[in-house]
Design a protein around this ligand. Structure first.
Ligand SMILES: C[S@@+](CC[C@H](N)C(=O)[O-])C[C@H]1O[C@@H](n2cnc3c(N)ncnc32)[C@H](O)[C@@H]1O
Length: 286
C-alpha cells in the first residue's frame, strides 16, 4: 500500500488494521486486476478532477480515491467504521425510501455497497451508480456481478444526466468527504435530476455526534468532516427546494436525511374542472 508515514493514521491505525485485514488477500486481489485497462474502459476521458478531490489524501492513502490501493482496501476498512453492522445501517436508510422508484441514481457510489442493496430491494428499477474514481467503480462492477446496474464516471455536483428523470437520488457516506459548498451543489443537482414527487435520501455520520469529535479529522484523514459536522443537512435540503424534509438517527452515530421534490403546480389557466360536457357521448345509432 502507498501510505504516508507522517500521519496519525499511519502511526496508530495502520498497525491495528494490518492485524484486522488480510494483507495477502488484498495484494492478491490488487494483482488480479488489470487496473489501467479497466480504468480506461470505465473512465470518462473528458472529466476534469476537481481540486478539492484530487489534492487530498483520504484515510491515509496518498492520492486518495484515485488509486487501486484505495479501491481494494475500502470495503475491508469501512466495515469497522459503520457500527454496529455496515449492512444493517445501509438497509435501515433504504427502509426510508417511499414507494417503488423506477429510476435510481446513487451519487458517490464508491464500491457500490448501497447501490447493490438498492438494486436488490428494487429489482425492476433501473439503477445507476456514479463516482469520481474509476478505481472505485472497477470494484463496484465486480461486486455487482450479474446485476444490471450502470456505472458512470462523473461528478455528483455536475452529472450531465438528464433533468427530471429520476424517482430516487441517494448519497451514502459522501457528504462528510466533500466541502460544504460542494455538498450544497450536489443537493441542487439532485433537485434538478429528480422528477416532481421524487425523493432524495442521504446516509452519513450523525452531525450532532461528529461535532464533538474533531480528533476524527486528524486520525482518519477526513479533510472535510468537521465542516460537514458544523452544519445541518436538513437546512441545506430546505434551501435546495426540498419539502417534507426529515432527519432520522440510525444506531446513534449515523443519520439519514430525506426530502421530496415538490410536484409542479399547474397554473390556474391550464386547470379545468371536469364537467359532464367532457364525458364522451356514444354516437346515437343511425
Ligand atoms: C466514503 S466513499 C462512500 C462510497 C459509498 N457511497 C459507500 O456508501 O460506501 C466516498 C465516495 O465518494 C466519491 N466522491 C467524492 N466526491 C465526489 C464527487 N464530487 N462526485 C462523485 N463522487 C465523489 C469518492 O470517489 C468515493 O468513492
Amino acid at each position: 500500500m502507498t501510505t504516508r508515514t507522517d500521519t496519525l493514521w499511519e502511526q496508530f491505525l495502520s498497525p491495528i488494521f494490518s492485524h484486522l485485514i488480510d494483507q495477502e488477500q488484498l495484494k492478491q486481489l490488487k494483482d488480479s486486476i488489470n487496473w489501467e485497462q479497466e480504468r480506461d474502459r470505465l473512465a470518462n476521458s473528458n472529466l476534469e478532477y476537481p481540486n478539492y478531490y484530487q489534492s487530498q489524501n483520504f484515510h491515509g492513502i496518498s492520492g486518495g480515491y484515485l488509486t487501486p490501493d484505495a479501491a481494494v482496501s475500502y470495503d475491508p476498512i469501512t466495515q469497522y467504521f459503520v457500527p454496529p453492522n455496515e449492512t444493517w445501517v445501509r438497509e435501515d436508510a433504504i427502509k426510508l425510501v417511499q414507494g417503488e422508484p423506477r429510476r435510481i441514481l446513487d451519487l458517490g457510489c464508491g464500491t457500490g455497497s448501497t447501490t447493490v442493496l438498492l438494486q436488490e430491494k428494487f429489482p425492476n428499477a433501473q439503477v445507476i451508480g456514479l463516482d469520481l474514481s474509476p478505481y472505485m467503480l472497477i470494484m463496484a462492477q465486480r461486486k455487482a456481478k450479474g446485476l444490471p446496474i450502470q456505472w458512470c464516471h462523473g461528478k455528483a455536483e455536475d452529472t450531465g444526466l438528464q433533468g427530471e428523470s429520476f424517482d430516487l437520488v441517494t448519497a451514502s457516506l459522501l457528504f462528510h468527504e466533500t466541502p460544504v459548498t460542494i455538498s450544497k451543489a450536489i443537493l441542487r443537482e439532485s433537485f434538478r435530476l429528480l422528477k416532481g414527487g421524487g425523493q432524495f435520501l442521504l446516509l452519513d455520520g450523525n452531525q450532532n455526534t461528529l461535532r464533538f469529535a474533531d480528533w476524527l479529522t486528524n486520525i482518519f484523514e477526513e479533510p472535510y468532516i468537521q465542516e460537514y459536522a458544523q452544519e445541518n443537512v436538513e437546512t441545506w435540503l430546505e434551501n435546495a427546494g426540498f419539502e417534507a424534509t426529515a432527519t432520522h438517527t440510525i444506531w446513534g452515530v449515523h443519520q439519514a436525511n430525506v426530502g421530496i421534490k415538490p410536484l409542479p403546480v399547474s397554473s390556474p389557466a391550464t386547470v379545468r374542472e371536469e364537467t359532464n360536457e367532457d364525458i364522451p357521448v356514444n354516437p346515437a345509432p343511425a
